[in-house]
Design a binder for this molecule. Structure first.
Ligand code: IPE
Ligand code: IPE
Ligand code: MG
Length: 276
């Protein structure tokens, strides 16, 4: 099924409107929270919430792909989540394998490239096998980059990067003066990703929970009270519309930002004129 063609007329029009209204984030990170509460409020088992949460993942992946977002990173399982009851961890691992099995063909047909970040060797072998198979099959795709954060912790990744840099210093491959922000970024598991422009968290919690700590230094943050199983493409559109209204100043003043954009307009027009 081709996701662009599958869209309703109204949805295509909405997407076109959003694309015309302002910049589309290149990379969005999603903290998919609230599955358990969604289920409990309906008198269901937590697992039902996780199951319904996968429907949200399906919808968000399709919508992100047809909107032309370059990268989405889904926080699916944190390193801290290993502390949950073993039965819940098992269910989450089973759902993950089931998701990978059922979605592989459709993701591949739609040119999605799958990536994974986290301490992947901590995952059960059956999860690792399916995950690496999916990543391998989709490795040359050029559409949406779909990164699954699994057994992931931002601090863990930073520590891992620091250890690797230290080893490279010892081997003489890097000298301490070479250690810059860019070098540190290049040692992180997200080195191929642009920093997230936007971090979205569902279920109203105002925290990052160890997600993309280094990378989110200047990310815009959008928090909605909706639980993840209720977070569908309309909520994604709301998040992007909100993002488009923000002024990203990166430490500068509002006035400077206005001047920068006027200048880039002039430079753009000059470059166009001389067909650079
Ligand atoms: C997010 O939903 C899914 C994972 C963390 C794996 P939760 O399971 O955290 O749901 P709540 O926060 O308990 O409602
Ligand atoms: C964050 O959700 C991790 C994921 C969404 C995978 P949690 O539900 O684990 O976060 P905390 O512990 O409440 O901050
Ligand atoms: Mg939670």
């Amino acid at each position: 099924m081709n996701w662009d063609r599958e869209r309703t007329v109204e949805d295509s029009a909405l997407q076109a409107e959003i694309q015309a209204a302002g910049p589309i984030p290149k990379h969005i990170g999603f903290i998919m929270d609230g599955n358990g509460r969604w289920a409990q409020e309906r008198g269901k088992m937590r697992v039902e919430g996780h199951r319904e949460g996968i429907e949200s993942v399906r919808d968000i992946v399709k919508a992100a792909s047809s909107l032309g977002i370059g990268y989405i990173t889904l926080y699916a399982f944190s390193m801290e989540n290993w502390r949950r009851p073993q039965a819940e961890v098992n269910v989450l691992m089973d759902l993950l394998v089931r998701y990978l099995k059922s979605e592989l063909d459709e993701l591949h047909e739609n040119n999605v490239r799958m990536l994974a970040i986290g301490k992947l060797n901590a995952l059960p072998k059956r999860v690792q096998r399916k995950l690496f198979e999916c990543i391998d099959i989709m490795k040359d795709n050029t559409g949406l980059n779909l990164t699954l954060a699994l057994s992931y912790s931002g601090r863990w990744d930073i520590v891992r990067a620091v250890q690797t840099i230290a080893l490279d210093v010892r081997r003489g491959k890097v000298s301490p003066e070479d250690i810059t922000e860019d070098l540190v970024s290049s040692y992180l598991l997200t080195s191929e990703h642009p920093d997230p422009d936007l971090i979205v968290r569902s279920s109203g919690e105002m925290r990052l929970s160890n997600f993309l700590l280094w990378e989110s230094a200047y990310s815009e943050i959008y928090i909605t009270d909706k639980y993840w199983p209720d977070f569908r493409r309309q909520e994604l559109y709301d998040a992007i519309r909100d993002y488009q209204k923000r002024e990203r100043r990166f430490g500068k003043t509002s006035q400077q930002i206005a001047q920068d954009s006027a200048n880039s307009g002039i430079v753009g027009r000059i470059l166009d004129k001389f067909k650079f």
